[in-house]
Design a binder for this molecule. Structure first.
Ligand code: GLU
Length: 317
């Protein structure tokens, strides 16, 4: 296929993927393929990595027919790229050291005029003496010295999204590169120009797009898709019941059947990824969260219309 950009799925290898994660992966694949893009998988293992989870997740994705067109990229192997990006921002005076603990930030953020969820700027303008004093015994985080109040992105599903640009952490005080910087650097380095992911990250998109512009990188297009939730409206989690491929296999629900459940939840033909691709239209996707009841999930695969097509020799013995 021609090199016309790429889409991606970028799981954190913290454990097995559940049906909500798998549905986002299916959507990312459909968006990429339906627009002639390559599809890449990136392992976001800077944080929250559990030994063995990467291999499990790749096997799970592969069982649904979702594979990376290029070797999987691991964030833990990209340190030089992140450092180069950080150095660029440091050289331009766009960073500052922050000595605040989580608690400091939470306390300052709850002050009467603070903007909820944003960094109150405590360390932004520390004098040299004060900074040296605070550095004593404490390793600082590095924050962006943001010079704009807000940034706007266009999302294929959500439309125009404006969000405040905060003085986000770029490097944590334990030395680990922060997610927001890593994701921007990786997307650009991998030629990713289409980001499809859960809508819990919608408000992070303007921040990331702004960071891309500071680094002279093209921002990708965005499509933030609805998440899977429980009947109570809470984001689906593995502890909610049988929601991973492994759990569902234990109930006799095979990977192709799970794919069928996912595709059917999207209003798409459920026989195969290719059949879904032929019918895929982002404008017709459900805009509300997918409500999953783990107790009945596997039985939703019983609908014959959603059964993956069986080989002919089994239908006519
Ligand atoms: N690694 C993030 C997650 O698993 C996704 C980040 C992204 O898609 O930008 O939630």
């Amino acid at each position: 296929m021609a090199e016309t950009g790429a889409g991606r799925f970028a799981p954190s290898p913290s454990g097995r993927l559940h049906v909500g994660n798998l549905r986002t992966a299916v959507l990312a694949w459909l968006f990429a393929r339906s627009t002639g893009r390559r599809f890449l998988i990136r392992v976001e293992d800077l944080d929250r990595a559990r030994a063995g989870a990467e291999a499990e997740q790749l096997t799970e994705l592969s069982a649904l027919g979702i594979r990376s067109d290029s070797p999987v990229l691991r964030q833990s192997e990209q340190t030089d790229r992140y450092t180069a990006a950080l150095d660029l921002l440091i050289a331009r005076g766009l960073t500052y050291e922050c000595f605040c603990t989580r608690r400091d930030v939470a306390e300052a953020a709850s002050a009467p005029h603070a903007r909820p969820g944003s960094y109150p700027g405590t360390c932004r303008d520390l004098g040299d003496g004060e900074r040296a004093r605070r550095r004593d015994g404490r390793r600082p985080a590095l924050r962006l010295r943001s010079e704009v109040a807000a940034w706007v992105v266009e999302d294929v599903l959500a439309g125009r999204v404006s969000a405040p640009v905060d003085d986000i952490v770029l490097r944590r005080n334990d030395g680990v590169i922060a997610y927001n910087l890593a994701v921007v650097v990786d997307d650009a380095a991998q030629g990713i120009d289409q980001v499809v992911r859960g809508d819990d990250l919608l408000t992070a998109a303007p921040q990331q797009s702004h960071l891309a512009s500071l680094l002279g990188l093209a921002a990708p297009s965005y499509a933030h898709v609805p998440l899977a939730v429980t009947a109570g409206g809470r984001r689906l989690a593995k502890r909610d019941g049988a929601v991973t491929l492994e759990d569902l296999a234990g109930q006799g629900c095979t990977a192709p059947a799970v794919l069928g459940i996912i595709l059917s939840s999207l209003g798409l033909p459920c026989g195969s990824l290719d059949a879904a691709l032929a019918a895929f239209d982002p404008g017709r996707l459900p805009r509300h969260p997918w409500v999953v009841d783990p107790a009945t999930l596997s039985s939703t695969a019983v609908d014959p219309a959603c059964k993956p097509s069986a080989p002919t020799d089994k239908v006519h013995p």
